[in-house]
Design a protein around this ligand. Structure first.
Ligand SMILES: *Cc1c(COP(=O)(O)O)cnc(C)c1O
Length: 302
């Protein structure tokens, strides 16, 4: 009898989980979920890092414009893309232009100099997060100047903190020099911060992510060398798997894709996040449901 009762309780539990995980899955709910986590992580930061509210960049690469509009309607404004052509297409989409007039685009992929004119033609471009060489910085600054656009082009310096050859970014030892170059020789650029992708397989249980720690330390060094206030130089770090941890370590700009839009599939993934390593909460819930089912099965057999 007690077994039967426990069994029924578990069925109720499963039904509850299913109704929250599958039938109510929506981008709006995922955004609420991520924003809640961001808030919770923000208050866990050391006091001296609590001067800003981290910005959420919804990484919409490979996802259709309908999903971007859905997220926009739910209040999201900052979106990230990692291919110039894809970004250019989406940003110029008639419906996006019509319905997302306040959208703010972040370019987060590797930028080749032959794509500069295309990327500068993106409406509502907020920042290019991936400036990783003096040549690229100079070319961007010159092009922006020639276009006679108002204001500055906002950029971040990408640092390859993990040293993996598959990742772009200047080496940590070149960071001060790159920032100095942007400040002194690129009059049309405004440096917003530093960005890292980092390695994907760090296990948080084994301690703080060394990539996040490295970027934090590099900022300290850059700011001391060049007389910049640390709070005037943002840190872009953290993705679906680790954005809360990144915020606790000082991130001011997290780039979250699959947790908001669902897993990505398809050919456009090469060279970017290894999605297999990202355990989303939907996955986790599905696993919970499965393990409850297994338990019931074993109870029924005893
Ligand atoms: C794809 C991508 C992200 C988002 O990855 P998720 O794991 O889906 O959150 C963040 N940053 C960069 C540079 C990316 O290419």
């Amino acid at each position: 009898m007690a077994k039967l009762f426990r069994c029924m309780l578990q069925i109720v539990d499963i039904e509850r989980k299913m109704s929250t995980s599958s039938s109510h899955f929506s981008i709006a709910n995922q955004l609420l979920y991520v924003n809640d986590k961001i808030k919770a992580a923000s208050v866990k930061r050391p006091q001296h890092l609590q001067y800003s509210t981290p910005r959420l960049v919804a990484v919409s690469k490979t996802k259709g414009t309908d999903l971007i509009i859905e997220a926009y309607d739910a209040g999201q404004r900052h979106f990230g893309e990692n291919y110039v052509v894809e970004l250019h297409e989406k940003a110029n989409d008639i419906e996006i232009q019509d319905r997302c007039q306040d959208i703010q685009w972040h370019f987060i992929g590797h930028l080749q100099r032959n794509k500069i004119s295309k990327i500068l033609d993106v409406p509502n471009l907020f920042v290019i997060e991936t400036v990783d060489s003096e040549k690229l910085a100079k070319a961007l600054s010159d092009s922006w100047g020639k276009l006679k656009k108002s204001g500055h082009l906002q950029v971040m310096a990408q640092i390859n903190t993990s040293g993996e050859t598959s990742k772009s970014g200047c080496s940590p030892s070149e960071a001060v020099q790159l920032v100095k170059y942007i400040k002194e020789h690129c009059p049309h650029l405004q440096l917003l911060g530093l960005m890292t992708i980092g390695s994907f397989d760090h296990d948080i249980n084994s301690g703080p992510n060394p990539d996040f720690q490295a970027l934090f330390d590099i900022r300290k060094e850059v700011c001391q060398s060049l007389n910049i206030l640390e709070k005037d130089l943002e840190l872009s770090m953290g993705m679906s798997a680790d954005f809360e941890h990144a915020i606790e370590m000082g991130s001011t700009n997290v780039r979250v894709g699959s947790t908001i839009f669902g897993e990505r599939r398809g050919h456009q993934e090469k060279g970017t996040a290894s999605d297999q390593s990202v355990q989303t909460d939907q996955n986790r819930e599905t696993n919970d449901v499965q393990s409850s089912l297994n338990k019931i099965e074993s109870l029924a057999l005893t």
